[in-house]
Design a protein around this ligand. Sequence first.
Ligand SMILES: Cc1ncc(COP(=O)(O)O)c(C=O)c1O
Length: 384
Amino acid sequence: MNNDPQWKVTVADAAVGAEEAAAVTAVLESRWLSVGAVTRAFEEEFAERLGAADAVAVSSGTAALHLAALALGIGAGDEVITPSLNFVASAEVCALHGARPVFADVRSEQDPVIDPEEVRRLLTGRTRAVFAMHYAGYPADLAALRALCDEHGVALIEDAAHAPLVSVGGAMAGTVGDIGCFSFFATKNLTTGEGGMVVARDPGLLGRIRSMRSHFLTSTTMERMRTGGISYDVPAIGLNYRPTEISSAIGRVQLRRLTADRERRRALSTLYRQRLRGVGIPFAGRTGDSAHHLATVILPPGADREEVRAALRAAGVQTSVHYPPTHQFSYYRDHHHSTARPLPVTESIAPRLLTLPLHARMSDADAGLVADTLGGVLHRPAKA
Ligand SMILES: Cc1ncc(COP(=O)(O)O)c(C=O)c1O
């Protein structure tokens, strides 16, 4: 709830307003709420902005990742390599089907994206896919990962949940991998409340994903209603990961607003970097494009994160943590990761990660309050 009076500045905020309301009203007035023409338009517009041939809208980013794993046939006996510093979704959609998530470290404190050298060391004859996650909106090293995956005949799946419309090496994030997955969750750059999108380089693979999104039925409800037909076949296994026309209508408006919102995020990121000199802010040396999805800082060793959070909370500033490392969650520790193989960078930064507010509705004064409060608590003399 972003109008909760205890917060002056929230970590994220949906930039939605009258245009989204009008688009939703138009859908309600059409009286068709599941997948239909609005969703198809959203897919086409998203694909066009990405420079992709087509796209499939789904009900969440997790659904996108699950369909990617299913379409590639990832299952028992397979291994997939994913950064531990990630949301749990990539690991869970593979583990669910009996595959083993193998957790990779990130490159460095300054560049906390999956380390291609670590990926090279972790590849085995059982590896089926590598997940590249564009942490905080900054692309992973897609050139190195693409080359590595091609060399070893392994699929590259981009978890681009943090990076819609981010250009990287002349392409858009999501289109370099074999499959690209996006999330439109409530806190994301482009939000539909819940939702996601999938793109794939192979049109056949994307076609399978489209069919799997709706039980692999050979015709949709809408097609049958239009033609009067009643029969369909089910030639393979699918699920229901359909979005609604309501979410797609919101998505189309959000897509049009994304570039302007991105500029606001970029300005706020710059302001944080100027006002928080001496505080560890990752990606300082990056020159390429970013979605500026998260304002993550890495507190100095020895800083008490809970004390810092309490000071920010007292000033009305909400904070979060992205992410508790997946390999340290009890399920993954018990079933998939031996503590005998440490992930030194991830384990060193994990207790020091802190996500500050960053969203298009924030003012410079909001960012100033966050920076001044954080700067104040970090530079306070240590307790005797
Ligand atoms: C990196 C990453 N991957 C996957 C997901 C899952 O997306 P969703 O919440 O839409 O299922 C999220 C967001 O929640 C995410 O941040």
